[in-house]
Design a protein around this ligand. Structure first.
Ligand SMILES: [Zn+2]
Length: 279
């Protein structure tokens, strides 16, 4: 009986302690960071939707943590906002749009690029690294394999445009070889999710009300891809991409984390956008 009483007291003390602590992650802003119009979405969904055009959304995520601001992904380049017809890739299969520069969206929230002390990208493709140079004074959290591809001899081989992110090379960098707890309190976790690119990663944010949310990067592009374990044929490693999906399905099932899929416009239509925020 005495032991049970002690357990009850400890549980109550624990509950009080957690009630008194300020939430580590206070809120998160989901920012519209452009659109990518494609002529044939079957490149992303091999076997279905042949020659069907599609509009992919594109988002950046700004996390307000008690220890400071963190930005995840940096969207299409702000300079694209000056091009009313967007910017097409050389083969004309994708046209990128940026209706409102990221800098303007941040300003509406009351944040300047220099206020952001922590920066990470899911990977270095142009729709995620477009504005990376703005955040070269923040600490960059990156998997070693991605960094090697970005700053190695052949970034083009991985579909990277090095001018998008070249300033990051001289900035503070936290080189990762796996999982990383950004603030040391379990509230913001980087997890390696390779396959789309060599060092692709995802972010898990513990929101104070909504609970854990995994931000997909390009692990999958659509809810369809997640449900059917489908990845683009142009991924760096298709088999590894499938294993990553399996591992993240296990993780989300075990932790109850929701998966928010960066490019799925339909799914994101239900999520409030900046300057509103989610908790
Ligand atoms: Zn992408």
């Amino acid at each position: 009986m005495r032991n049970i009483g002690l357990v009850v007291v400890l549980v109550l003390l624990g509950a009080c302690a957690s009630m008194q602590q300020p939430a580590a992650v206070e809120r998160m802003y989901v920012i519209n960071c452009g659109e990518n119009h494609v002529k044939d979405v079957s490149l992303w969904t091999p076997g279905v939707n042949v020659e069907k055009p599609h509009v992919f959304g594109n988002h950046c995520y700004l996390v307000r943590h008690a220890q400071g601001w963190m930005l995840w992904d940096s969207g299409n380049a702000d300079r694209i906002a000056a091009l009313p017809n967007g910017l097409a890739n050389p083969r004309g299969t994708i046209t990128a749009f940026m209706r409102k520069p990221l800098v303007e969206s941040l300003k509406e929230i009351g944040v300047a690029p220099a206020d952001i002390r922590h920066f990470a990208m899911s990977h270095a493709h142009g729709d995620h690294s477009g504005n990376a140079n703005l955040f070269s004074n923040a600490t960059l959290y990156i998997q070693r394999a991605e960094y090697a591809a970005m700053f190695g001899p052949e970034p083009v081989k991985y579909g990277f445009l090095s001018t998008n992110y070249e300033k990051l090379k001289s900035g503070p960098t936290m080189m990762l070889d796996g999982d990383h707890d950004v603030f040391g309190d379990g509230s913001v976790l980087i997890k390696p999710a390779p396959g789309h690119t060599p060092g692709h990663q995802v972010l898990v944010v513990r929101l104070p009300k909504a609970g854990p949310v995994m931000l997909s990067g390009d692990m999958v592009h659509l809810v369809y891809s997640w449900e059917n374990r489908v990845v683009p044929s142009f991924n760096f490693d298709v088999a590894q991409s499938g294993r990553t999906i399996d591992a993240m399905k296990e993780y989300t099932a075990r932790t109850g984390a929701q998966l928010w899929i960066n490019h799925d416009m339909e799914q994101h239509a239900r999520i409030p956008k900046a300057p509103a925020f989610v908790q």
